[in-house]
Structure formats: structure tokens, C-alpha cells
Design a protein around this ligand. Structure first.
Ligand SMILES: Nc1ncnc2c1ncn2[C@@H]1O[C@H](COP(=O)(O)OP(=O)(O)OP(=O)(O)O)[C@@H](O)[C@H]1O
Length: 307
């Protein structure tokens, strides 16, 4: 039987009267990457803390590698988990190398492993400097190196790309892809949506402690039924004078773009291809940002009792 690495069943977490999470269920299998999204206070960090066993559920059950993560028996499996907290902080007086060697040794690895990781995240040139001299991005890279120690079986990353420059962000996603290929399971939670979607298998959108949407991006797209953007080039006025096409020119801002429901996509593409003058075409399905906006707006309308 294929036992999921993480299993949450109807999990609720209350802090005094405040429900930080309510009836959340999800499974994560080996080698899967889950993107966890939601506004401030949605419950993302709480979900990570429940999986780490740092806090216990008020209701429902959490299992990680077949055990309740807040139980005594789960201590041994902690070494197989990497965690990057939202606000990473270290002993300021120590050097980057001292910090990482300390964490590496806690997990049973040596100084050489720490040096390799500092190299991997691009701060080996500064490894002998005290952490107090590090920039925000360098601290974040050190945090990532700490989370990557020992190629963890499970990685929980809270806002991993905050403070990273574009090159470091690209390097980070390359590492995510590599770890996934090697069988690690990863949950990454981020407010920065562009660039994430190619690296996740599934997304979960939380709002006020509840799951608004969960599934693969194609499942979320299907469910949201958002139009596909089609941008033909070289047709000039032909689209607006074609009765089959002009009904899909619905945006004042993007006058040359057709917003086409998924089920009409092929018919419209065939119609466009019948024009010899068309010299290029861009087809864009709804991206993660648009899906996120859609599900949050839908929830707000339902809350107000709108259709
Ligand atoms: N230790 C705590 N005591 C009381 N309330 C808490 C505690 N930790 C979190 N909360 C509350 O639980 C809710 C969920 O918080 P959580 O940190 O999980 O959100 P988040 O989605 O990670 O937010 P952000 O994007 O701002 O980091 C918030 O209303 C928060 O104020």
C-alpha cells in the first residue's frame, strides 16, 4: 500500500478562540511538490508547524511518515525533515560556516557537507564572515542551505524566495526540481506567485483557515473555467470584423486579445488559422495569479451572497 508521506484529516487548530485552521484535509506523496498560498493570516505557517509537530491539532489528525509528528516516536524522523522558517535568524556573532556546521552536526553531517552547501547557495566567499555582516539575501541563502542539509525527505519552506535576487531565485528553483527528482517531498509557501507554477505539482489556496481550492493547476483551471487569452498577430482589423471572433474581444485594455472559454478554444484557433495574414499567435491559459484572484474573489462574492 502506498502510504502518503503526509496525511492531514479534518485538521483544525485553535489559538484560544481563534480558529487558525478548520477542517483541512490533504495528502502529500513522495516526490510531490505542493504550493501553499493564501493572504496574511490564512493559516499557512500554522499548517507547517502542525506538520513539524511544533504545535498540536485541536481536532482531526496529522500523520507524517506514518506517525503523529508531535509524538515522542517522531523524534527520529525529524532528521529527515528540512525547514526554512518565515523569518530566518541565526547567531549573529558566528560566521556563516560556523552556523551551518553547527546545524549540519545536529543532523549527523560534517563540516565538509556545510561547505558544499554554502557553495551550492552561492555564499562560500563569505563563509568566514560573521552573520551580522550578511545582507538580507545572504541570510536567506544561509537559511536555505540549513534547510537543504542531508537532502531531506521532506522540505517545508516558508517564503523561500524572499530577499533573493533573480539569479538566486532561479538557482533555488533548480535545487527544488533536483530534490524532487531525487524523491524529496516539498511544501513551499509563497506570496510571490509568478515563477512558482512550473515547479509545483499541486496547489492549495487557504483563506481564513479554510481550503478554498486544492488540486493540480489543470484541475484548478478546469474548476475555475477562466478564459484562455489568445493573441493573434498581423490580423489588424480582421478579428473585429469577423462575427465568430469579435464576441471574444472583451477587454478595453487588451483590444487585440481574445478571451475564449476553454471549450471554444479549438474552434477559435481553427478560425484564426484560416487567415493567411496571421504571422504569430500567443495562447495563454490562466496563470497561478489569475487562479488565486479568481478563488479569492469567488469566496468574497459568496460571502456577500452574490451570484
Ligand atoms: N501562537 C499564536 N497565538 C495566537 N494566534 C496565532 C498564533 N500563531 C498564529 N496565530 C494566528 O493564526 C492565524 C494564522 O496564522 P499563520 O501564521 O498560520 O498565517 P500565515 O498564513 O502563515 O500568514 P502570513 O502570510 O502572514 O505569514 C492568524 O490569525 C494568526 O494571528
Amino acid at each position: 500500500m502506498n502510504v502518503p508521506l503526509i496525511s492531514l484529516q479534518n485538521v483544525g487548530k485553535k489559538y484560544q478562540q481563534l480558529a487558525a485552521l478548520e477542517s483541512v484535509s490533504m495528502n502529500l506523496n513522495q516526490g510531490e511538490v505542493l504550493g501553499l498560498f493564501g493572504h496574511n493570516g490564512a493559516g499557512k505557517t500554522t499548517m507547517m508547524k502542525l506538520i513539524l509537530g511544533v504545535v498540536s491539532p485541536t481536532s482531526g489528525s496529522v500523520e507524517v511518515m506514518g506517525m503523529a509528528p508531535d509524538s515522542k516516536e517522531a523524534w527520529h524522523s525529524r532528521a529527515k525533515i528540512g525547514y526554512l522558517p518565515e523569518n530566518v535568524s541565526f547567531y549573529e556573532q558566528l560566521t556563516g560556516l560556523e552556523v551551518l556546521t553547527y546545524f549540519a552536526k545536529l543532523k549527523g553531517y560534517n563540516k565538509k557537507a556545510a561547505i558544499d552547501l554554502l557553495e551550492q547557495v552561492g555564499i562560500s566567499h563569505a563563509m568566514k564572515r560573521q552573520v551580522k555582516t550578511y545582507s538580507k539575501g545572504m541570510r536567506q541563502r544561509l537559511g536555505l542551505a540549513q534547510a537543504f542539509i542531508g537532502e531531506p525527505k521532506l522540505l517545508l519552506l516558508d517564503e523561500p524566495t524572499v530577499g533573493l535576487d533573480p539569479i538566486a531565485t532561479a538557482d533555488f528553483y533548480r535545487t527544488v526540481d533536483q530534490l524532487k527528482t531525487n524523491g524529496s517531498s516539498i511544501i513551499l509557501c509563497s506570496h510571490v506567485l509568478p515563477g512558482v507554477e512550473q515547479h509545483i505539482d499541486r496547489a492549495m489556496i487557504l483563506s481564513a483557515g479554510r481550503v478554498l481550492a486544492a488540486g493540480t493547476l489543470s484541475e484548478l483551471r478546469k474548476n475555475a473555467d477562466l478564459p484562455v487569452r489568445i493573441k493573434p498577430k498581423g490580423l489588424n482589423g480582421a478579428v473585429s470584423s469577423d462575427p465568430k471572433l469579435n464576441q471574444f474581444l472583451t477587454s478595453e485594455l487588451e483590444q487585440q486579445t481574445l478571451f475564449v472559454p476553454e471549450q471554444d478554444k479549438l474552434t477559435i484557433l481553427k478560425q484564426l488559422l484560416s487567415y493567411d495574414a496571421m504571422d504569430d499567435i500567443q495562447i495563454e491559459p490562466a496563470n497561478l495569479e489569475q487562479l488565486y484572484q479568481h478563488y479569492l474573489t469567488q469566496q468574497t462574492s459568496e460571502f456577500r451572497g452574490e451570484q
